[in-house]
Ligand binder design. Structure first.
Ligand code: ATP
Length: 517
């Protein structure tokens, strides 16, 4: 199946099974804003817990905060967002569709990559076992030509964006003959800068009201609380402050479902270090964060680092962790070495001294910062797209299939479904008794409607790792049939073994322990 179709199915699945709904659905939705349903909120909370506990609980030198969404407007002046948190936009005059000019060019760059991969695949088929891929990539003239063009385009775009030369950005689009995917024409407007921050007013009268912003990132709430936390928590550099919270960006083009939203949630951690030690810490955090992702078990080959060649003026290193979504490798998390830029800016704009006295060095300095920043919703989409699986179960000429979400057990919304075989003979009461035994530790679901087969499929579709069936024999031997989501194997186990099974397979601790191994 084409990856595009897989993605469409995934979006439909998210709605059908109570994971994600369009916001204001009965009013036909609101662009790039989504609500999480009964299963979605459980998965989302589990993702947040996995992140929070691996940061705050596993690191004695990392603490959390929860800062307000509204902040003093000068903060956004100091951080550079008022002047520079812009995206270049361009409209197609025929289709009236709006695009991010840089994304149009990036898509064009990606086309060269696709051409290269196609040529490699063709050659692999042609040469069979003798094929030396590395040599082919290095020596094939056509591939070399694609690489040259790709790099030249990349450089031209970077230069234009760095110089904020919007005419040149437009010229690149024209020279590359990039057309609007809707109208198919090159009839483009000028390129303009568009600030992504949402503004509103605080105060009850128009005259007395002041313009404030909905935060476009959670990080600034951490920077402006640096002194509060360092002093009250008696924190010693190196230490980190973590935060999970909503962020808002008026994205020009919202596409790919919850990949790019206008209201979303971030999990950010700012790690404060001695000046000069930042690149060492940057390397450490790269490794730690990649490990956090890979422990979910979706295959190491589906992750990669994308080191930034073009750095923001205040950064001295930056990388993205990219995941292979159905629409290609895309950023899930950013790790940035932000120097002392943010704290210094706030020091300057607030007029307050923001420094740390290092007792070992006997000197004061503005700490340097390593930031790890990941979107909860993007992580959610990453997990859903990796877990979604359509399985053909046809056997002996009989057609059968199922959709199963192979979610990591610790993140699954429901850990165990408890099903009485029939709705009588005391079986529902027995099933409820088991629910009462487990529900304080694990999210379990009681389900007595429809045939057992249908109930299994329903649980597969929301990723429940285990289903147990309570039958007549249970009343005598205090045992149940437990079915594994992935293998569909069933076995008989004693009721008092259930807690242990869930603890071993579904508890967040199992994942967290691996983080520190
Ligand atoms: P992009 O290049 O995709 O716009 P970015 O580089 O602007 O992202 P950051 O500012 O580094 O992103 O934000 C950190 C993380 O927040 C991203 O890696 C992503 O997971 C998440 N994120 C950013 N913008 C959005 C959005 N509009 N919707 C959902 N998640 C987002």
């Amino acid at each position: 199946m084409a990856q595009e179709d897989v993605f469409k199915k995934l979006v439909a699945h998210c709605k059908e099974y109570g994971f994600v709904f369009p916001s204001s659905d009965i009013y036909d939705g609101l662009g790039a804003v989504y609500d999480y349903g009964q299963n979605g909120v459980e998965l989302k909370n589990n993702i947040k817990r996995y992140w929070w506990e691996s940061m705050v609980r596993l690191h004695e030198n990392i603490v959390g905060i929860d800062s307000a969404i509204f902040m003093h407007p000068t903060i956004w002046k100091a951080s550079g967002h008022v002047d520079a948190f812009n995206d270049p936009l361009i409209d197609n005059k025929d289709s009236k569709k709006r695009y991010r000019a840089d994304v149009l060019i990036e898509d064009q760059i990606a086309k060269y990559d696709e051409k290269i991969e196609k040529d490699v695949e063709k050659a692999r088929k042609r040469f069979g076992e003798k094929f030396d891929e590395a040599l082919f990539r290095e020596t094939n003239p056509q591939i070399q030509e694609h690489i040259r063009k790709r790099e030249a385009l990349h450089e031209r775009m970077s230069n234009a964006l760095n110089a904020n030369d919007l005419n040149e950005v437009r010229q690149i689009i024209l020279d590359e003959k990039i057309v609007c995917p809707i109208s198919g024409t090159c009839n483009w407007t000028e390129v303009r800068q568009f600030n992504l921050m949402f503004a509103t007013e605080m105060g009850s009268t128009a005259e007395g009201a002041s313009k404030i912003y909905l935060r476009p990132e959670t990080a600034q709430g951490i920077f402006v609380n640096f002194l509060n936390v360092q002093k009250t928590g008696r924190m010693k550099v190196p230490f980190g402050i973590a935060q999970i919270g909503k962020a808002f960006r008026n994205e020009i083009v919202a596409r790919q479902f919850i990949f790019r939203m206008r209201e979303f949630e971030q999990m950010e951690m700012q790690f404060f270090v001695r000046p000069g030690s930042e690149l060492e810490w940057f390397k450490k955090w790269k490794t730690t964060r990649m490990r956090w992702h890979q422990l979910l078990g979706f295959g190491e080959e589906n992750y990669r680092f994308h080191d930034h060649e073009k750095l923001a003026h205040y950064a001295n290193a930056a990388t993205d962790i990219e995941f292979k979504f159905p629409f290609g490798f895309k950023e899930v998390e950013g790790i940035h070495s932000r120097t002392d830029f943010d704290l210094s800016q706030h020091q300057q704009y607030s007029g307050k001294k923001i420094q740390y006295f290092d007792t070992e060095l006997n000197e004061s300095y503005v700490p340097y910062v390593i930031e790890t920043s990941i979107g909860v919703d993007r992580m959610f989409l990453q997990i859903m797209s990796a877990a979604y699986c359509e399985e053909d179960l046809s056997k002996d000429g009989k057609q059968d299939s199922r959709v199963v979400l192979r979610l990591p057990a610790a993140l699954a919304p429901v850990k165990m479904a408890i099903m009485p075989l029939v709705k009588k003979d005391g079986l529902p009461e027995k099933a409820q008794e088991i629910m009462n035994l487990l529900k304080y530790d694990f999210n379990c679901q009681y389900d007595e409607k429809d045939s057992i087969g249908k109930r299994y499929r329903r649980q597969d579709a929301i990723g429940t790792p285990f289903c147990i069936t309570v039958d007549h024999q249970t009343l005598e031997d205090h045992a149940v049939t437990i079915r594994d989501r992935d293998t569909m194997q069933q076995e008989r186990v004693a009721i008092d073994q259930l807690f242990g099974i869930l603890k071993e397979k579904c508890d967040m601790q199992t994942l967290l322990r691996k983080m520190t191994e």
